[in-house]
Write a new protein. Structure first.
Ligand code: FRU
Length: 450
């Protein structure tokens, strides 16, 4: 199997993945504080540099000028204060008065090592690299358990700061999203739930990592739902990220939900995403491709190389008819320099990474490894994987009329975009990519990029 190095680089260090952000060592989870500041794209992330577990977290840090070449910066924030002694948990970033501000959850553990409290904290940086902690923002809200975390902050048109958090209600032990507002970033007023009694069936036991994405006339509220049972082919992962479309009424502190809760990614591993909002109203999103049951995580093959998990490639979000389209970005495509187009019924490729575009699609089978097969049959697209954990078959599907597919294959990662981003499937896989092999019922157009 030949692998090639793309122009994508994290300085010159050894890359485990050709074009995905991964930790050098230790365990990575959620993307945090995504922002463009003073000429650089900043991607912070949940990182345990000490062990391959979730007991301790700092904010790791990547920066890039072009979304292709990345530089690994020193740890941006680590536990040091009473209010964040056991972990710098997830949070977001915003710019104010020339400073890059971040707000994050500080996790606290008791003498037995169990998480017992959380605090919402603020820090700022003049250069985007070194941060000064400014302290805790407000006391823990009444009516909620210790599960209050993952602040997202933005500024409303009238200048007022808005801050939402994932939370668990103390009376029902179900998930919620709560709002604080401030005129000066110092005094915060608790406004309560932004959902009220809406979405009663999508509360699980906790809602994590809320994000509000502003598309002008409409807003999207995205969150990661814990403790929700699968509905047929949907919501089959242990925890699931999804969204609703509606309007955020900041005066009344309510998000008026106008749609059902829709699953965001149809694959196996995608969770706790966050958006980066750019000046031209572009919204890029990164997710954590590592959500999995603890036993499956325990057996992750990269453990032997002392690292775990990756971030997804960035995707651009477009809202059309109450549906979020997610498109691979041009910068990722530009990493692939050579291109070949053909009309084929069978096709084989030896190189990884690959970016393959299929158009005028008819029923086919695409074998990426012996353990990972993508299949289209009668308008049903199926991603079939043999679990690295227990050797069982696992399947994710979507039923739709399918015209185009864009498939990005990295050394142990696949991201599939269906119908120009209408659906996306993300998955890790392990096992040798000996040959990527396509068989179709009739000729289809294949564009191979490598
Ligand atoms: C989501 C999450 C967040 C939390 C972070 C801790 O994956 O559980 O709710 O802030 O991870 O690493």
């Amino acid at each position: 199997m030949s692998t090639q190095r793309l122009d994508f680089k994290i300085d010159n260090e050894k890359l485990f993945e050709a074009f995905h952000l991964a930790p050098q060592f230790g365990l990575l989870n959620d993307p945090n504080g995504l922002i463009y500041f003073k000429g650089y794209y900043h991607v912070f992330y949940q990182w345990n540099p000490k062990a391959l577990d979730h007991k301790y977290k700092v904010w790791g840090h990547f920066i890039s000028k072009d979304l292709k070449n990345w530089h690994r910066e020193p740890i941006a924030l680590s536990p040091s204060a009473e209010y964040d002694s056991a972990g710098i948990y997830s949070g977001t970033a915003f710019i104010h008065d020339e400073y890059l501000y971040v707000v994050y959850t500080g996790n606290i553990r008791d003498s037995n090592g169990e998480s017992c409290a959380s605090h919402q904290n603020i820090a700022r940086s003049a250069d985007g690299l070194k941060f000064e902690k400014l302290g805790e923002m407000f006391p823990h809200p009444k009516g909620y358990t210790r599960h209050v975390r993952d602040p997202k902050v933005w500024r409303a048109a009238n200048g007022q700061w808005q801050l939402i958090l994932g939370a668990q209600k103390a009376d029902t032990l179900t998930g919620d999203i709560i709002l604080y507002q401030s005129n000066d970033l110092k005094n915060w007023q608790f406004r309560g739930s932004i959902l009220g009694s809406q979405l009663p069936n999508y509360r699980g036991y906790m809602l994590e990592c809320p994000d509000l994405i502003d598309f002008g006339k409409q807003q999207v509220l995205m969150f990661s739902l814990q403790g929700h049972a699968a509905e047929g082919e949907r919501f089959k992962n242990i925890h699931n990220t999804g969204y609703v479309v509606g309007n955020f009424d900041h005066q009344n502190g309510v998000f008026n939900v106008n749609t059902n809760y829709q699953e965001f990614d149809y694959g196996f591993e995608y969770y706790a995403p966050q958006t980066m909002n750019l000046a031209n109203n572009k919204h890029l999103i990164w997710g954590w491709m590592g959500i999995m049951p603890a036993a499956v995580e325990e057996s992750l093959p990269t453990k032997k190389d002392n690292w775990m998990h990756i971030l997804s490639q960035p995707r651009e979000l477009v809202l059309e008819q109450n549906h979020l389209y997610q498109l691979p970005i041009i910068e990722t495509k530009e990493l692939f320099k050579q291109k070949q187009s053909d009309q084929v019924m069978t096709w084989e490729a030896k190189l990884v990474p690959q970016y393959v575009k299929l158009t005028n699609v008819v029923d086919f089978e695409l074998k990426i490894t012996e353990n990972l097969v993508l299949e289209l049959s009668n308008n049903k697209l199926t991603l079939l994987r043999i679990s690295w954990h227990n050797g069982m078959k696992e399947v994710r599907t979507v039923e739709a009329v399918i015209n185009t597919l864009e498939i990005f294959i990295d050394n142990s990662t696949v991201e599939i975009f269906v119908n120009n981003g209408q659906y996306a499937f993300s998955a890790r896989f392990f096992g040798d990519v000996k040959i990527i092999n396509l068989k179709a019922r009739q000729p289809i157009t294949i564009e191979q990029n490598f």
